[in-house]
Write a protein that binds this ligand. Sequence first.
Ligand code: SF4
Ligand code: SF4
Length: 97
Amino acid sequence: MKGKVPFRKRNQSLPLGPTVCENCTKCGICVDHCPAGALAINDSVQVNHELCIRCNSCVKRCSKKAIDFDERLHHVRQWLEDNCRIERKEPETFFIF
Ligand code: SF4
Ligand code: SF4
């Protein structure tokens, strides 16, 4: 269905991806589960910040808590929580006779 708002090309987003700390054991779990192919493992876990879609899959799956985003993303998340969270509306039922 055709929308009402004209198409606008999305601006390139800031390259932003997680960083890996020294707790990393190079198990490769995060690399295997990155949906964007943004992680690679050689001597250490390499993050391609251009490819990262910030899904947090790697952060959630790392049992060593060795990969995480820096404070900038946490600030954005907190701002969204504070300003854009809408309470869920329960469905209403109407009977028409
Ligand atoms: S899941 Fe954690 S410990 Fe394993 S390679 Fe990734 S960052 Fe390192
Ligand atoms: S946040 Fe998602 S896309 Fe980015 S590196 Fe982690 S798993 Fe890959």
